[in-house]
Design a protein around this ligand. Structure first.
Ligand code: FAD
Length: 380
């Protein structure tokens, strides 16, 4: 059993960490405060190849293995949870849908600009009445002559208002339940009938716009369908399984940031004539925080390792995402506690980590739904 990262993994992690320390950490509070899509940072990340980390070079990607990508995403999320979501939605969800299920032509035309970071991607699955219950979606795509006519709407779509390519799920056979869902490539700038209704005001995850989308007589040529009709539900589940590894990475990244901030503060803040870190209760908190982070990391590495080895990773990815998400929220909570009153104010980033961490327990499978997934795998 080897717990060390490969030279390539170490290299990518160090490269991204340096970028994050120099370019992201200094503006993270500003991103949080202004809640605007950080276009300049995204352009810089594109120049470094970070917007297409796991895709082959022939499609404009950096050709990294998925494990290296997860490590990169952990570092980005350590700097800004919102930026972590921007990249995860763009790569793990939108880009991966085209990479895994697209035709050669679709990969060349739509994946390449995503991987090069010229285009931004979004993944539009959830609806007002269909979050965990995906087959309850009501958006329809009806084939008329050689084009699909799409009507309906989507909610909570990360990058939805800034995306150049949106992967859209709709029912092509409303009577067929989850076997009647298909996926499509939508180009908001080119396709009439695509509307951004607005963006959500959120607790955290600032900088990543979470949009409500509406489709009104949106017409898509048949060539925009990804794979066969009726495969959309299976495609979405497969994509979300891989995505969960990177949401685990986001959790670990935010938890590490919260821990480091708390550790520094514990060494500097004095009460009763000594640094608070010398009180056993604070030392134990830090010990528990780091122990949980190390355990979450191992689950994340195990799931990523299974994926790149071609082994089954559904349970591992669900466990990694579940645990890292809960650890992230718990560690961020203790981080605030260690900061005392200052932790509850915006003078320190402790409260931002807490707000960013909470989202992990909700998107790409709530913690309750992940426990169902894990339980189902355990019980067959
Ligand atoms: C900031 C943000 C970004 C998002 N980004 C995207 C995106 O890019 N693309 C996208 O498609 N979606 C996105 N989502 C949507 C997200 O995936 C859903 O919010 C999530 O799947 C939960 O669905 P819901 O909100 O409808 O909650 P519900 O499904 O209504 O769940 C409500 C509660 O009931 C529980 N519950 C539901 N079903 C079960 C069950 N079977 N067993 C046990 N408990 C259950 C849930 O765990 C939860 O506690 C985003 C959401 C947010 C908040």
């Amino acid at each position: 059993m080897d717990f060390t990262l490969s030279p390539e993994q170490t290299q990518i992690r160090e490269m991204v960490a340096e970028f994050v320390d120099e370019e992201v950490v200094p503006v993270a509070s500003e991103i949080d405060h202004e809640d605007e899509f950080p276009r300049e940072l995204v352009d810089e990340m594109a120049d470094l190849g970070l917007m297409g980390m796991p895709f082959p070079e022939e499609y404009g990607g950096a050709g990294l293995d998925y494990h290296s990508y997860a490590l990169g995403l952990e570092e980005i999320s350590r700097g800004s949870g919102g930026l972590g979501t921007v990249v995860a939605a763009h790569i793990s969800l939108a880009g991966n849908m085209i990479y895994e299920f697209g035709s050669e032509d679709q990969k060349t035309e739509y994946l390449t600009p995503l991987a090069e970071g010229d285009d931004i991607g979004a993944f539009a699955l959830s609806e007002a009445g269909a979050g965990s219950d995906v087959p309850a979606m009501e958006t329809t795509a009806t084939l008329e002559d050689n084009e699909y006519v799409v009507d309906g709407g989507k909610l909570w779509i990360s990058n939805g208002s800034v995306a150049d390519t949106v992967i859209l799920f709709a029912k092509t056979d409303p009577e067929a339940g989850n076997k009647g869902i298909s996926s499509f490539i939508v180009r908001p700038e080119e396709d009439d009938g695509f509307y951004v209704e607005g963006t959500e005001e959120k607790l955290g995850d600032k900088g990543c716009p979470t949009a409500e989308l509406r489709f009104d007589d949106l017409r898509l040529p048949e060539e925009r369908r990804l794979g066969d009709e009726g495969r959309g539900f299976v495609q979405a589940l497969k994509t979300l399984n891989g995505g969960r590894i990177t949401i685990a990475a986001r959790g670990v990244g935010i938890a590490r940031a919260a821990f480091e901030e708390a550790r520094t503060y514990a060494g500097e803040r004095e009460q009763f004539g000594q640094p608070i870190g010398e009180f056993q209760s604070i030392k134990h908190k830090l010990a528990d925080m780091d122990t949980k982070i190390q355990a979450a990391k191992l689950l994340m590495h195990k799931a990523a390792d299974n994926k790149i080895r071609g082994e089954d990773y559904i349970k591992e990815a669900a466990q990694a995402k579940l645990y890292a998400s809960e650890v992230s929220r718990e560690v961020a909570n203790e981080g605030i506690q260690i900061h005392g009153g200052y932790g509850y104010t915006k003078d320190f980033p402790a409260e931002r980590f807490y707000r960013d961490a909470k989202l992990n327990e909700i998107y790409e499978g709530t913690s309750e739904v992940l426990r169902n997934t894990i339980g189902d795998r355990l019980l067959g």
